[in-house]
Design a protein around this ligand. Sequence first.
Ligand SMILES: Cc1cc2nc3c(=O)[nH]c(=O)nc-3n(C[C@H](O)[C@H](O)[C@H](O)COP(=O)(O)OP(=O)(O)OC[C@H]3O[C@@H](n4cnc5c(N)ncnc54)[C@H](O)[C@@H]3O)c2cc1C
Length: 428
Amino acid sequence: MKYPNTYYASTAIEAPSRPVLDQDLSVDVCIVGAGIAGLSCALELLKQGKKVAIIEKESIAWGASGRNGGLVSPGWAQGADALEAKLGLKKAQHLYDLSRQGVEMVKSNIEQYDLKNCDVKFGGLQAGRYPQREQLVAKQRTMSEKYGYHLDLLEVEQVREVCRSKRYFEGLFSSEDFHFHPLNYCLGLAAQIEKLGGLIFENSAVLNAQKDADKHRVETAQATVSCEHVVFCGGGYTGSEMPQLKRSFLPIATYMVLTEPLGDLASQLITKEYSIKDDRRAADYYRLVEGDRLLWGSRITTDNQTNEQRLAEILREDLVSVYPELGAVKIDKSWSGLMAYSGHKMPIVQEQSKGQWICASFGGHGLNTGTICGTLVAQGICGVSDEYQAFAPFGCDWNGGVFGPIVANLTYKYLRMRDQQQEAKAPL
Ligand SMILES: Cc1cc2nc3c(=O)[nH]c(=O)nc-3n(C[C@H](O)[C@H](O)[C@H](O)COP(=O)(O)OP(=O)(O)OC[C@H]3O[C@@H](n4cnc5c(N)ncnc54)[C@H](O)[C@@H]3O)c2cc1C
């Protein structure tokens, strides 16, 4: 297995290397990309009796799925209010329900297949960076009344009892949200897929896919897969093999670091094993792992910084601004990952042409949504459900070409400035 130097790779369960695709193959469905969307799709297809091959250009969950924050919660990258404004309440509620089903599926896969070392811990806190009790009460009510999602309001002292920083004010807590080890989850899912007869190939980049009579021909450097359906699940790492998808999203980077063991300082600063994120437009998200190490994520940008030392410096700044006590802390690992964001911030889930499917673009909320969308695409292929049509309003819109990243970065800078202005007014 070849993975970037992440916390997850260093604590991954043992897994065999999968072969390179070097012989032509015929299957019912070929899936491009072994992230959480591709794996979830494959699992459901196999349950429905299909013959499936997954073709991965690197290793299983090498992309965002194996290097993310590990926070699993309902919702989409696009907010419930925006979805309601666009589609009306009923459709927004339906989408929210689907997102919750995604959370449940991850949980039940771990239990049902007894997936090892997923390190599931419950409890997610969203902590405000400035006082906004009234807005949080309103959000709590909306989420409960419209979407059936229960959140506890925590007062400033209660939030600061969990994360002892003067940067935080009121917050919302969910006991249903959980966090876990996403790479071990994906590796476990891959083993389960193989048990059900699925084929997985690594180090096999798909170069293109052509329609040939009534079959699709999916080509890698060494071999061709002939199939009735092909599903593109390449996420933010999609390339020219799927041009329509490539020009419909922006690859947006976000960064993570792992600190050295903090000893007693860890529990002095963070008293629960919850996941914590703040309410900024580009949130800080973090949690303790191995008892006393901080796994911290933040920032979003189209300029993907991959230099580990530079990443450590950038994120140390964020970390210390919340916990000044960590000024001298050693950063043991730092990495970046790419998420696919479409302009509408919703996934692209559609049958693009007969037998050619797209299931991608989950933004920063892909663990539950990649799971449910992969499953719905599989059910669409098998004709057992047409619920994937719920995503028909979110198509392959143009990503702005060369201007897309410029606009995205300017927007991010503007939103960051707005956050800073609001926070500047907060009492210290
Ligand atoms: C640092 C970080 C933190 C995040 N934190 C969270 C979080 O806490 N909670 C949450 O819900 N979401 C989070 N996300 C988002 C989430 O990880 C993603 O939305 C989700 O994993 C996307 O899954 P995917 O299967 O679509 O894509 P990926 O996981 O990126 O998988 C795509 C796979 O396709 C492969 N591929 C691409 N092109 C080809 C090709 N031509 N041939 C063969 N294979 C190909 C890639 O190698 C890759 O393995 C985070 C993302 C990052 C980067």
